[in-house]
Write a new protein. Structure first.
Length: 108
């Protein structure tokens, strides 16, 4: 690698680090939930759904073609969507999707 590429890579890593830090420290800087603007509160309530999409969908769509067992991916996506809708949580849908996908893959 030449020096120019290394600087570009380092700039991307530093920018990602700063953005990640800002996202993680923001809730601690907010002293009271009532003082948070309505738009920010709405954004924070949809973050688990956005994170769920970023975690599950890429892997599920890849597995639709790579594994030859599309029902496992579709079952995992379906249960993740249902669990996310009813639980309003991030851990429950991810865990449910993993368990259902694993269970379907165990069927011969």
């Amino acid at each position: 690698m030449n020096n120019h590429n290394e600087l570009n890579i380092m700039a991307v890593v530093i920018a990602a680090t700063v953005v990640n830090y800002i996202i993680r420290v923001t809730p601690f800087l907010m002293t009271s939930w009532e003082k948070v603007p309505l738009a920010v509160r709405r954004f924070l309530t949809i973050m688990p759904t956005a994170a769920l999409g970023a975690l599950i969908f890429p892997g599920a769509f890849t597995s639709l073609t790579d594994t030859g067992r599309p029902w496992a991916a579709l079952g995992g996506l379906g249960i993740a969507a249902l669990a996310a809708h009813y639980s309003k949580n991030l851990i429950i849908p991810v865990g449910a999707a993993v368990l259902v996908t694993w269970g379907i893959l165990q069927i011969p």
